[in-house]
Ligand binder design. Structure first.
Ligand code: GUN
Length: 383
């Protein structure tokens, strides 16, 4: 509720008290005629659910945060004056996050979306103190009575992009600019490579980590080193279009990720793995407005319309486009799962037996590279 509305309400309540007192006429009744009913009668009409979003990078990043911001706008449009939404951008995954979360609650927000993995401990801490606020944490795995987690199956988009990469790489070496070494990102790297190897099992892959979600100069440097190492098709798990722009400058190919990045590199762009957060956001806000919000873990993918590979480049051969369409259809109807064995890691160890489909526990704990990827996941010795 804004200040103006609050003032109007208080005024209405005060006026009602005076009116009731005047009408009642006797002292006893005056005492027995509290103004209380006036306030509740007026409150619901102007009470809005205040919802805040905390973003790790700028809303203009063109990728991860840009898409969350589209989701915020979509719920503002859908629910109109029932909600009041706001955001804070470029909040580091540090004690700053705790300060911003507490501030959002102090401003009256009752539903808070914290949209990056590294906010996890801060969300847990603040949520434990502020039980009347509901938190939604993107990509995390820790829930509480007032904390739900949610994510998109970005690895399905990575796999579809991988199919295109496998059909387009001439050097047979693809590359990934990786952000923060957590299972989600390792899963995406591997899924991209599995997609490429579904076209050509001999495909190799290189990875460069930048250890940040958003740092365009570093992302560009990482892309340059991949290209210098013989990579001619790149994917990334960072937030900006820097990898794609570098590909454009160097005459190789790359993908957009999270958002439609086609406009940043018309020649290099092979497709964008685009996330649509709005169906999930609409569900959560609808539930909260209906008093039916519940904690839980939510993971939506191609099937739910939360992610898809869009704007595949015109020069991608038709048989590769058909392969993408087949995989997409399988993901939609549940007849295909990206992580289906046999899957070996890059030391030759079998991780999934032939026909075995990875369960949630496996998917959320991937800390190895699949066969064909060079090097080790940071923090592991590759075993
Ligand atoms: N960009 C910023 N934070 C995240 C995250 O948690 N996951 C992914 N995929 N991208 C991000």
């Amino acid at each position: 509720m804004n200040t103006l509305n609050k003032r109007t309400l208080l005024k209405t309540a005060a006026l009602s008290a005076v009116a009731l007192a005047a009408l009642s006429g006797c002292g006893k009744k005056e005492e027995a005629a509290p103004a209380a009913p006036a306030a509740p009668a007026a409150a619901p009409a102007s009470d809005k659910l205040k919802i805040a979003f905390m973003y790790v990078s700028p809303i203009g990043d063109g990728g991860w945060t840009f898409q969350h911001e589209l989701g915020r706008k979509a719920i503002q449009d859908k629910f109109g004056d029932k909600v009041e939404t706001s955001f804070v951008e470029s909040v580091p995954e540090s004690a700053d996050a705790e300060r911003v979360l507490r501030d959002m609650a102090a401003q009256g927000n009752k539903l808070v979306f914290a949209t990056s993995f590294g906010y996890q401990e801060f969300v847990q801490k603040v949520a434990a103190d502020l039980k009347d606020v509901k938190f939604e944490h993107a990509t995390g795995y820790k829930q509480a009575a007032n904390v739900a987690t949610y994510d998109t199956k970005t690895f399905e988009g990575a796999y579809l992009a991988g199919i295109v990469a496998g059909g387009m790489s001439k050097t047979r070496t693809v590359g990934v600019v990786a952000s923060v070494p957590i299972p989600e990102v390792v899963r995406n790297i591997n899924s991209f490579v599995l997609g490429a190897q579904s076209v050509d099992p001999s495909i190799k892959a290189k990875v460069v980590w930048v250890n940040e979600w958003f740092n365009p100069p570093k992302e560009a440097e990482a892309a340059t080193s991949l290209i210098n190492g013989g990579v001619d098709v790149m994917y990334q798990n960072t937030n900006s279009p820097a990898v794609l722009k570098t590909a454009e400058e160097r005459g190789v190919r790359a993908f957009g990720k999270d958002g439609d990045m086609s406009a940043f590199a018309p020649n290099a762009h092979l497709g964008s793995a685009v996330i649509d957060w709005s169906p999930y956001y609409a569900k959560v806000v609808g539930d909260a407005l209906a008093g039916q919000w519940q904690s839980g873990a939510h993971w939506w993918g191609v099937k739910e319309g939360a992610i898809d590979l869009q704007k595949i480049a015109a020069d991608v051969p038709q048989d590769i486009k058909d392969k993408v369409e087949k995989a997409r259809a399988g993901l939609k109807d549940g007849s295909f799962a990206v992580w289906t064995g046999p899957v070996k890691d890059n030391t030759g160890k079998e991780r999934l037996a032939a026909g075995q489909v990875a369960d949630l526990k496996f998917l959320t704990a991937i800390n190895f590279y699949v066969a064909g990827v060079e090097g080790n996941v940071p923090g592991t010795d590759g075993k």
